[in-house]
Design a protein around this ligand. Structure first.
Ligand code: PRP
Ligand code: MG
Length: 191
């Protein structure tokens, strides 16, 4: 396996562009929450991990962090069913929660998790996502803090994967799906 991955198409958002935008979002959050003494960044694993750790470096306020492990089914087309594999540890009652994810595709993941968290009565709940594929939304979802809107390409890097590959790239790149299929032919025998 070579690095960078051979199935990379083109770089859509460079490392510098991401770092600049993430710094801006951190600055904005710092200002918006300057009167909050209970700020919690809640990241959705695994996709949000690189974004979350970079973002928190730019939040110049006391804060805490927590995570949930969730997965959306199934294959490439989301079915709208979201599974909670591991819940957060913090009691979020009365907290100002910012839900962090790498990308909004159909929107089902953030829609479902948001609904669940609201039942737990945080003081406030906002959504922050690095990427938004607006054309793909299937539910109404408001993103309070957004990095970039992107077209409907299959993208990897900065936490995003294709079959778990590509998450460690420091930029966002498109996937050359023809190359990908040659490198990793779909297993016809399975399922
Ligand atoms: C991906 C991505 C988002 C979600 C977006 O996560 O990280 O969390 O899908 O899709 P949606 O808007 O259609 O729900 P995935 O469930 O693939 O797991 P991962 O974060 O571990 O990659
Ligand atoms: Mg995810």
């Amino acid at each position: 396996l070579k690095f960078p991955y051979e199935f990379i198409g083109e770089i859509l958002i460079t490392q510098e562009q991401i770092q600049q935008r993430v710094a801006d979002l951190g600055e904005q959050i710092t200002q918006d929450y300057q009167h909050s003494d209970k700020l919690l960044l809640l990241g959705l694993l695994r996709g949000s991990v690189m974004f979350m750790t970079d973002l928190m470096r730019h939040i110049r306020r006391p804060m805490t962090m927590d995570f949930m492990l969730v997965s959306s089914y199934a294959g490439t087309e989301s079915s709208g069913f979201v599974r909670i594999d591991a819940d957060h540890k913090t009691n979020i009652y009365g907290w100002d929660v910012i839900l962090i994810d790498d990308i909004v595709d159909t929107g089902y993941t953030l829609y479902t998790v948001r609904k669940l968290l609201l039942e737990r009565q945080p003081r406030s709940l906002k959504i922050c996502a690095l990427l938004d594929k607006k054309a793909r939304h299937k539910v109404d979802i408001h993103i309070d803090y957004l990095g970039f809107e992107i077209p409907d390409y299959f993208v990897v890097g900065y936490g995003l994967d294709i079959d778990e590959k590509g998450r460690n790239l420091p930029y966002i790149a498109s996937v050359d799906l023809e190359k990908y299929k040659k490198l990793y032919p779909p297993d016809e025998g399975k399922k």
